[in-house]
Write a new protein. Structure first.
Length: 117
């Protein structure tokens, strides 16, 4: 059974940084695409960043230049490094895994990120 577990969320002041982790069991991340999504209160879930099986990355315009997605094959973990955080980045962040960056079949339960002004 595939399980994705996010960690690393918390409370940070605007301008600060956090690194989120997504650890997988039952699936080898390097064989799949992994994405990060977020959902703020009262809003729809939105795409944040993704890394393909081949290691190609893409980002939402709102986070380009501030967030970096990466993958540690040995640890079977995907990271989201978030710098220059803004209050509008406040949301629950989810990781997801699938064959393609446009199609995900497993999701984690999320980790809360709160950015204070």
């Amino acid at each position: 059974q595939v399980q994705l577990v996010e960690s690393g969320g918390g409370l940070v002041q605007a301008g600060g940084s956090l690194r989120l982790s997504c650890a997988a069991s039952g699936r080898t991340f390097s064989n799949y695409a992994t994405g990060w999504f977020r959902q703020a209160p009262g809003k729809d879930r939105e795409f944040v960043a993704a890394i393909s099986r081949g290691g190609v990355t893409n980002y939402a315009d709102s986070v380009k230049g501030r967030f970096t997605i990466s993958r540690d094959i040995a640890k079977n973990t995907v990271y989201l490094q978030m710098n220059s955080l803004k209050p509008e980045d406040t949301a629950v962040y989810y990781c997801a895994s699938g064959r393609f960056t446009t199609q995900y079949d497993y999701w984690g339960r999320g980790t809360q990120v709160t950015v204070s002004s």
